[in-house]
Design a protein around this ligand. Structure first.
Ligand SMILES: [Zn+2]
Length: 160
């Protein structure tokens, strides 16, 4: 028995991690600069205040006196940016007719129609489909796209 995941109680970073792992098959990849054979200063930039790695993003102020400790590359902020959420949408669409995962795509499509308030019984959507499609798509936010994808792959999620 697993507990239901409460979306509202999660931080944006926890939500992004859930999408990365459950949808995008994300695995941590260590910063290239952590390789001892590579000059550790290769990807470093600095200003008067601090230094940072342009690859993994880790930052240290000069005042801290700490050396840069390279880390795994961060995954995209799927629930916080439309650029990244669109990768989730494309991943779900790719599942159509692929590896027996058409069900994921079909359920995702249903969820997205529901989010947008699509009413197929409404004659208006037949007469003016473009109006309905764009009105519906305008309601899609990064968070809603990610929730629709997670629910499509049977993640037990409680979200408004
Ligand atoms: Zn790094």
């Amino acid at each position: 028995m697993s507990d239901v995941i409460q979306w509202a109680a999660m931080t944006p970073e926890q939500r992004d991690r859930l999408v990365a792992e459950k949808i995008m098959s994300w695995q941590p990849v260590m910063c290239k600069a952590a390789d001892p054979d590579i000059n550790r200063y290769t990807w470093l930039e600095w200003n008067d205040d601090s230094q940072w790695c342009t690859w993994c993003g880790v930052r240290e102020t000069w005042a801290s006196g700490n050396e840069i400790e390279h880390r795994a590359l961060p995954h995209p902020a799927y629930t916080q940016s439309m650029d990244s959420a669109w990768q989730v949408l494309q991943e779900m669409v790719r599942r159509h007719n692929k590896d027996g995962r058409t069900k994921d795509f079909m359920q995702f499509a249903e969820n997205m129609l529901e989010v947008g308030g699509w009413d197929s019984s409404d004659a208006w959507s037949e007469i003016y489909p473009a109006h309905e499609i764009f009105t519906m798509a305008a309601k899609w936010t990064p968070g809603r796209i990610c929730i629709a994808a997670l629910k499509a792959v049977d993640v037990d999620l409680e979200a408004q």
